[in-house]
Design a protein around this ligand. Structure first.
Ligand SMILES: [Mn+2]
Length: 513
C-alpha cells in the first residue's frame, strides 16, 4: 500500500489511524452462480452491521441463566482481540487470524483491538490500538475512530491508551475475560477474571445458534466454496498432482474475495483418500482412480466445510461408484431426519446402520450376520471412524458441541456434536467410508468379533478406492433443514462435469505451468 504526501499531511494527533489492511470489502462479482438472491444477500450484508451488540446481550443472558446470583449492576466483559505475531528470528509476521470470541462480540477484524461490555449500562466500547505513526508509511491510511463508530455495531470507540482508566472505573466490578494472554500490564490483569467456565459456557451457547446475519455470512462462504469445488472438478486437464487441486481451489477462492480457508484443504487421490486429515497434497495423480477434496472458503471469518469426491477418468469404477453411492445413502437418510429436537448421536448411529446395510448388500459384511449383530460388534467403526458432522460457524469445528473424547463407546468418541439439534444451528452432514490399512489393523484385526463378520476377499477389491466422504453444510430450520451447499453430489452429474472438462484439453485452461 502506498501512501501519498497529501495523505500524510492529514495525519494529526486528533485524526488517528489503524491499519486498513485487514478489512475485506466486497468488490467481487460472482459469475458462475450469480442470482438475484445473491444480490439480495450482499445488499443485506452491506446495509447492516455485524450484530455485535446483540451477541453481547446474548452472552449476558446466558451468563445470567447460569449464575442466578450474578450481580448485573457490577458485571462486565472485556476481551482483548488477536494481535499480529511475528515469526521467530524473522521480520515477517504470521497471517493474522482474529480471535473468534473477540470477533463474535465485536465484528472487528483489526489486530490489537479490545472491547468492553458493561452489563449494567449495556454500553459496548471498542478500543482501537494506539496509533503507530511509523506504521502509516508501511500500512497506509487506516480507519479513523469516527469511521469505526459508523462501521461497527458499538456505542463508543476509544483508543487503547484509555483501557487502563476505563477498567479502573470498574474496579468494583467482576470483569469476565477469556484469558489475559494479550494483557501486558499486571495491574490490568488483576482487574480481570479469566478462564471462568461459566463465562465460556455463556459464550459458546451464544455461538451455538446463528442469527440471520451470521447465516448470510455462512451462505456466502458456502456459495464461494461451491464455485471452488466446481472449478476443481472441471479442471482435470491441468490437475496432474494433488497440489494442483489445492491451487485450483485457492485460486478461485481468492478470485471471489475469500483470502483465507477455514482449514488446510485436504486434497488427496487414490489410497490417500483413506487418511482423514491428509494435508500433504503433493503426490502425482496418474494411475489413480479416485479423488477426495475437503475444503472450505471463509467469508468475514465464517467458514464453509465441504467435501466432494470424483473419478479422475470421468467415469466411476464399479467399486468406487458402489462406495460413493453407499456414502450418499448414509448422507441422504440422515438428511431427511435433520430437524430441531433430534439428537445428533442418534443420526450418527443411524449412519452406521445405513453403512452396515450397504456393506451387507455389497458382500463386505457376511450375510449370515444381522444388521444388529454387526452393529453391536461395532464392525462398521473400522470403515467410518469419525463423527457424522460438527457445528460450523466462526470455527470449522465450532463451539458448543461438547464432544467427549473419553467416551467409552468408540462409536461416539470422535463425535463433535453431542446434543439435540436446534433451529439455526449450522452443522455439517459428512459421512464417509474408508479403506485404511492402519484402521483395518487397529479397529478390525485386533477384534476377532469384528473380523469375523467381514469377507476379506470382497473387501480387498475396494482397497484402491481409499475413501469417500460427502460433506454438506446444513442449516437447521423450524421443521427441517436447508442445505447451504449447492455443488452437486449426484454421481452422474459429477461424471458429466469431469468428462466435459477432460474433453476440453489443457489449452482451454489458463495455466502457465
Ligand atoms: Mn467437516
Amino acid at each position: 500500500m502506498i501512501l501519498s504526501i497529501i495523505s500524510l499531511a492529514l495525519v494529526s494527533s486528533t485524526f488517528t489511524f489503524i491499519s486498513a489492511t485487514y478489512y475485506t470489502k466486497r468488490k467481487f462479482k460472482a459469475n458462475s452462480t450469480s442470482t438475484t438472491s445473491l444480490e439480495k444477500t450482499m445488499k443485506e450484508l452491506e446495509s447492516n452491521k455485524y450484530p455485535a451488540k446483540a451477541h453481547n446481550l446474548k452472552v449476558k443472558r446466558n451468563l445470567l441463566g447460569k449464575k442466578e446470583k450474578l450481580d448485573v449492576a457490577h458485571t462486565a466483559l472485556f476481551i482483548s482481540g488477536g494481535q499480529v505475531e511475528s515469526i521467530k528470528y524473522c521480520d515477517q509476521t504470521k497471517p493474522f487470524r482474529q480471535n473468534r470470541y473477540f470477533f463474535y462480540l465485536s465484528g472487528v477484524n483489526v489486530p490489537g483491538a479490545s472491547i468492553l461490555f458493561n452489563f449494567n449500562t449495556e454500553k459496548l466500547t471498542l478500543f482501537l490500538p494506539d496509533i503507530d505513526y511509523d506504521d502509516v508509511m508501511w500500512s497506509g491510511m487506516p480507519l479513523s475512530a469516527q469511521d469505526a463508530l459508523e462501521k461497527f455495531d458499538v456505542d463508543e470507540v476509544l483508543y487503547a491508551e484509555r483501557i487502563n482508566s476505563s477498567l479502573n472505573d470498574l474496579s468494583h466490578y467482576t470483569i469476565y475475560t477469556t484469558d489475559v494472554d494479550n494483557i501486558n500490564d499486571p495491574h490490568l490483569s488483576e482487574l480481570l477474571k479469566p478462564s471462568d467456565p461459566n463465562f465460556f459456557y455463556a459464550l459458546d451457547e451464544a455461538r451455538l445458534t446463528k442469527d440471520w446475519y451470521e447465516i448470510e455470512l455462512l451462505r456466502e462462504a458456502a456459495r464461494i466454496t461451491d464455485n471452488c469445488h466446481l472449478s476443481v472438478m472441471s479442471a482435470l486437464p491441468i490437475e496432474k498432482n494433488e497440489g494442483h487441486m489445492h491451487a485450483e481451489f485457492t485460486y478461485h477462492a481468492i478470485r471471489q474475495g475469500s483470502k483465507f480457508q477455514g482449514y488446510d484443504p485436504i486434497c488427496c487421490s487414490g489410497t490417500n483418500c483413506g487418511t482423514l486429515h491428509y494435508v500433504k497434497n503433493d503426490e502425482p495423480m496418474d494411475k489413480r482412480q479416485s479423488v477426495l477434496i475437503d475444503a472450505g472458503a471463509e467469508w468475514e471469518n465464517y467458514t464453509a466445510d465441504v467435501t466432494r469426491c470424483f473419478p479422475l477418468s470421468g467415469k466411476f469404477t464399479k467399486e468406487h461408484r458402489e462406495i460413493y453411492e453407499a456414502v450418499l445413502d448414509m448422507q441422504s437418510v440422515v438428511m431427511e431426519k435433520i430437524a430441531p429436537g433430534v439428537h445428533w448421536d442418534e443420526l450418527h448411529l443411524l449412519a452406521h446402520r445405513v453403512l452396515i446395510r450397504q456393506f451387507l448388500k455389497l458382500g463386505i459384511f457376511k450375510e449370515e450376520y444381522s444388521e444388529n449383530e454387526i452393529f453391536e460388534r461395532k464392525a462398521s467403526l473400522c470403515f467410518f471412524p469419525h463423527g457424522l458432522g460438527h457445528l460450523l460457524g466462526l470455527d470449522t469445528h465450532d463451539v458448543g458441541g461438547y464432544p467427549n473424547y473419553n467416551d467409552p463407546d468408540p462409536l461416539l468418541k470422535f463425535l463433535r456434536l453431542r446434543r439435540p439439534l436446534e433451529k439455526n444451528m449450522v452443522v455439517t452432514n459428512e459421512p464417509g467410508i474408508y479403506f485404511n490399512p492402519f484402521l483395518i489393523k487397529e479397529y478390525l484385526e485386533k477384534h476377532p468379533e469384528r473380523t469375523e463378520v467381514v469377507d476379506r476377499e470382497v473387501m480387498k477389491k475396494y482397497l484402491y478406492v481409499g475413501g469417500v466422504r460427502i460433506e454438506d453444510d446444513i442449516l437447521v430450520t423450524d421443521d427441517g433443514y436447508e442445505n447451504l451447499t449447492k455443488i452437486t453430489s449426484d454421481p452422474d452429474e459429477i461424471e458429466r462435469i469431469v468428462s466435459a472438462s477432460l474433453s476440453k484439453g489443457r489449452s482451454h485452461f489458463h495455466a502457465i505451468v
